[in-house]
Design a protein around this ligand. Structure first.
Ligand code: MSP
Length: 531
């Protein structure tokens, strides 16, 4: 069985999760669910990055111990992921003993072989990024290049350094021979240019605070938070504790990250692994940045969107169950913004997608078809009948579109995948309108009407299986209404690649609309900005 190991960044616990974190995690979840559907043995990892000055300072501000603070916020992340139907197989916290052991072992190994040495590090440090910058990387007035307006601090301290400089040529060669090691092209070119400009050795320990993994051979130092954090990906895969698991899942297929942390993942991490004699991940994929009104989410500016509150709001405005509203958010984020590009979050655009795509194209197709089956066929799926009219065209569109979805997912092109599924729904809606089973009924051709309803439902069944990674609750409800006895969770990709899988005679169970329309004047405007 093919394996698929996908990760999200492990998030800092300096603050509660927001929609930006949810964006990455939902994307990873959809890929993980799709790969399970495609029959892969999937390992999907997320977690929290709990050490370092950034987390420590917040705990101090809150007047609690760092451990008490990180326990609290890690729990918030866990709870949100459950609420958002995130199907992670593990949740790693860097304060766990299993992880500290691995971080220390990697550090020790690099030290033993001479790749880590004691020196002094001086530079401009941004605590928000937990990273050093050179003078010419800084913004105006010595501010952080990532966190606009935030002043950096000059740090000079005794520190262990890692010989990054030794491995630049190896990395360039690696990226050249593995063209998909970094994707998409923008971040990849940025990484290549950065490496070409010459890598400097980096500080990999801190000695002015103690909230971290102690350097195993020098208790005055803790391991630099980024080295600590990156090793989470091998800890959870079983690096020290479970060699069999590690062989199975490592190297990871994809590290999904926001593009501001691509250098850590695509430069430092592969070099650390290569130096330590461990295989490097197959791909780092850097997606774009989600903004609100063109601005970064920022608690101090009052720009925060809580995905749970937003989902509840959508549920209330539509009358849909909360799980369905969560699905709508999952769908919207990956449908509206091409993955890899930046995009602005915009509620009217979400409402528009809810009504047009989910309520109308998807939900209403089911409602109107099942209503006819109920009324004219005693609630039982009619026989398929011989192909005529637009039948073959619908079948061909559905099967050929279905056949492309996995390739889109392999490229993390979620929008492309959804557009392919929408070709099926678009064709089915058009088919139903054009073939007009009500006309066949009037003309005294109930078999033909039955065949049209069969074909429509068959296209709907295929779309439902394919949509299940995005719309976790809604597709389960749709499946219940279709009445197919085998559970949706037991369906695999081949079930969506054959025509005729819906058993004639199935007793359908029409219910209330899964996506009731959101009635509000704002739906007319559609100002979502994508770039
Ligand atoms: N702890 C580090 C990652 C260590 S991974 C070994 C970190 N944490 S973070 O809490 O700042 O999370 C950053 C990540 O959260 C981004 O890379 C991205 O995946 C996600 N996002 C946070 N805000 C986001 C947006 N506004 N837009 C898109 N993604 C966002 O960096």
């Amino acid at each position: 069985m093919k394996t698929y190991y996908i990760t999200t960044p492990i998030y800092y616990v300096n603050d509660v999760p927001h929609i930006g974190h949810a964006y990455t995690t939902i994307a990873a979840d959809v890929a993980a669910r799709f790969k399970r559907l495609a029959g892969h043995d999937v390992f999907f990892l997320t977690g929290t990055d709990e050490h370092g000055i950034k987390n420590l300072r917040v705990a101090e501000e809150q007047g609690v111990s760092p451990q008490a603070w990180v326990d609290r916020i890690a729990e918030e992340f866990r709870r949100l992921w459950e609420f958002l139907h995130i199907s992670n197989d593990d949740f790693i916290r860097t304060s766990e003993p299993r992880h500290k052991k691995v971080a220390a072992a990697i550090f020790q190994r690099l030290y033993d072989q001479g790749d880590i040495y004691l020196g002094t590090y001086e530079g401009w440090y941004c605590t928000a990024c937990e990273t050093f910058y050179t003078e010419n990387e800084l913004g105006p007035d010595r501010t952080c290049p990532v966190h606009t307006g935030r002043t950096v601090e000059w740090l000079a301290e005794e520190s262990y350094l890692f010989r990054l400089s030794k491995y630049g040529d190896w990395l360039l060669d690696h990226i050249q021979t593995n063209p998909s090691a970094v994707a998409p092209d923008g971040p990849k070119n940025e990484v290549v240019a950065f490496v070409r400009s010459g890598l400097k050795d980096i500080a990999v320990s801190r000695s002015t605070f103690a909230w971290g993994v102690p350097v195993p051979f020098d208790a005055r130092h803790v391991i630099y938070v980024w080295i600590d954090a990156l090793t989470n990906y091998i800890t959870a895969a079983g690096y020290l504790d479970d060699p069999e698991k590690f062989r199975r899942y490592w190297p990871a297929d994809v590290h999904l990250v926001g593009r501001e942390i691509v250098r850590f993942h695509a430069v430092i991490w592969p070099i650390v692994l290569h130096a330590a004699g461990i295989a490097v991940p197959k791909q780092t994929f850097a997606h774009g940045w989600l903004t609100f009104g063109g601005q970064r989410f920022s608690k101090s500016l009052g720009i925060v969107i809580d995905p749970a509150a937003l989902s509840r709001e959508i549920a209330q405005e539509s009358g849909a169950e909360v799980g369905v509203a969560v699905d709508a958010l999952r769908y919207f984020l990956l449908r509206e913004i091409p993955f890899g590009s930046d995009g602005d979050f915009n509620k009217p655009a979400l409402v528009h997608r809810f009504n047009a795509d989910l309520a109308n194209d998807y939900g209403n197709l089911l409602n109107r078809t099942l209503a006819l089956v109920n009324r004219y066929f005693r609630g039982q799926v009619p026989a398929r009948g011989p192909e005529e009219g637009g039948d073959a065209a619908l079948r061909e569109v559905a099967l050929s579109a279905a056949g492309t979805v996995e390739e889109f997912i392999d490229r993390l092109d979620f929008r492309g995948a959804l557009e392919a599924i929408w070709q099926i729904l678009g064709a089915a809606n058009k088919y139903l309108d054009g073939e007009a089973p009500w006309r066949s009924l009037r003309e005294g051709k109930p078999e033909r009407a039955g065949a049209i309803l069969y074909n429509t439902l068959e296209a709907f069944r295929i779309a439902t299986i394919l949509l299940s990674p995005w719309l976790v609750t809604a597709t389960t409800r749709a499946w219940e209404q279709l009445g197919i006895p085998a559970p949706l969770a037991a369906q695999r990709l081949p079930d969506a690649s054959r025509w005729g899988g819906l058993p004639a005679g199935t007793r359908v169970r029409p219910g209330t609309p899964i996506f009731p329309r959101i009635e509000q004047p704002a739906v007319a405007s559609r100002g979502s900005k994508t770039s």
